[in-house]
Design a protein around this ligand. Structure first.
Ligand SMILES: [Zn+2]
Length: 365
């Protein structure tokens, strides 16, 4: 057991702020040992970031806040040119600094992460890493806890070669790398895998072993393995969720490399729409992070839709509503009113995710 990780009977004590380096490895080890995982939510601005921090405060558990390439671009504002990823780089830095500032005020521990980065988007992570190196030189800790590289479209050896190169750079900053093996189905952020060959939707244990061999001596990494999981929520289809692939992969690496139990930290992409039973099973096989995006988008948007419907008669003009032709609608127009409804909806959905993942109340800070 790693130092700092308490036995499963106790709760884990964490400091508010961004969790990085060996503290992050201890956190993941504790999650595996106590069979819980943390929700990772994609944020697109200060509103969604603050709602994530509030959820962590309510659940008394650390949250993983992540920026996708297009989410980071949105954080910077879609007005900007992003041809060299400059808006995504600046948005990532702005998002990280916002979360770093506010995590202390909300009093919660946070894991700061960037989501899928395909080969063509590598200049984005390059720019964020350069900023991270400057941040590390000044502060002795990385700007982000971790980055993800998604080179699952590349052949396995090429995928792992690039990951090894980046992990070498990131290990110097005490950062963790998330890699992807196999393909997450569905569509997210403009990457459409909804028509990919079905065999690619299931990672093989031998690929996981190969990743372990290439990366474990270089630095800390987590694996987004495919077990039939998809981005987005769809009507039940042909792709069946098989969390047992994760179990088989853990046991294969344990046996072949004579490690302890559950040597790998798995990431569950496409958590939206999954049943509590599916989530519990995946977590029992060493999933320490579950990405949830579509469900939190829905939870943010739905209360706003309801508000707009209910207040429709108050939103036709600045003056005039069912109470009188000259009655002002100032209070209904103010975006703070309805944006906060979205924030509350998102925070409540994330608290539910903490419960589904078994992380609710398992921490102290
Ligand atoms: Zn994903």
């Amino acid at each position: 057991m790693l130092p700092g990780a308490h036995t499963h009977m106790a709760t884990m004590k964490l400091k508010p702020g961004v969790v990085t380096g060996t503290s992050l490895q201890e956190l993941f080890a504790y999650c595996k040992e106590s069979k819980c995982a943390l929700p990772a939510v994609n944020v697109i601005g200060s509103h969604t970031a603050n709602a994530a921090l509030q959820a962590a405060r309510e659940a008394k558990a650390p949250i993983i806040v992540q920026l996708s390439q297009s989410g980071a671009q949105f954080y910077a504002g879609k007005f900007l040119d992003n041809s060299a990823q400059q808006a995504s780089i600046a948005g990532s830095i702005a998002g990280a600094l916002h979360v770093r500032t506010m995590a202390a005020v909300y009093g919660v521990p946070v894991v700061l992460h960037t989501d899928h980065c395909a080969a063509k988007l590598l200049p984005w992570v390059d720019g964020v890493l350069t900023a991270g190196e400057e941040y590390f030189a000044k502060n002795g800790e990385p700007l982000f806890s971790s980055h993800m590289l998604d080179l699952s479209e590349e052949p396995l050896e090429h995928n792992l070669e690039i990951c090894r190169k980046y992990l070498t750079r990131m290990a110097k900053l005490k950062m963790t790398l998330e890699i992807e093996l196999g393909v997450t189905g569905g569509e997210e952020d403009g990457v459409d895998n909804s028509d990919v060959d079905a065999s690619k939707l299931y990672t093989s244990p031998s690929d996981v072993l190969r990743a372990y061999d290439v990366l474990s001596s270089v630095g800390a990494f987590t694996v987004a393995a495919s077990f039939g999981n998809t981005h987005g929520v769809y009507a039940p289809g042909n792709v069946k969720l098989k969390p047992s692939i994760l179990d088989a992969s853990q046991k294969f690496v344990e046996k072949e490399r004579k490690t302890g139990a559950k040597p790998l930290d798995f990431v569950f992409h496409g958590g939206s729409g999954s049943t509590p039973e599916e989530i519990t099973e995946a977590v029992s096989y060493g999933v320490i992070k579950m990405n949830i995006d579509t469900d939190t988008q829905w939870a943010f948007t739905q209360p706003i839709k309801k508000f707009m419907d209910e207040k429709s008669a108050y939103l036709q003009a600045q003056l005039g509503n069912p109470e009188g032709p000259n009655k002002p609608n100032k209070k209904v127009i103010d975006p703070r009113g309805w944006i906060h409804l979205g924030e509350k909806g998102q925070a409540a959905r994330l608290v539910q995710a903490f419960k589904d993942l078994g992380a609710f109340g398992k921490f102290e800070f």
